[in-house]
Ligand binder design. Sequence first.
Ligand SMILES: [Zn+2]
Ligand SMILES: [Zn+2]
Length: 131
Amino acid sequence: MAITGECFCGDIKYQVTGKLRDARSCHCSRCRKAFSAQASAYALVEPHEFKWLTGELELTSYVGTHGFGLQFCSKCGSTLCGIYNGLIHGVTLGCVNGDPEIEIGKHIYVGSKASWEVMPKGVVTFEKGDS
Ligand SMILES: [Zn+2]
Ligand SMILES: [Zn+2]
């Protein structure tokens, strides 16, 4: 069964035929802004296993430095995926439907988390990246 995801308004839908990989949550200041939240929640996908089902024309892209960007719904603002050099790189877990059979395995850049965030007990954390 393929994994599916969609934005808040439901106009944009996608499908991933493979598995999501390396789910992580990054607490750095840039990810907090990009995700409008305490951290990112993001997993990697293989580009050839990802396809848009509907609404692709409503996608807007923001590409930052180093070729990495985000794509979001121009109508409702949900951030759906990350792109790298024009290819799908990963999906935002918040827009995935149901259970994608993966859990966030690590919390990175916890050393620069927001002062107001309380980290849950028992999660795997790294002060910076995981290497
Ligand atoms: Zn939308
Ligand atoms: Zn980050």
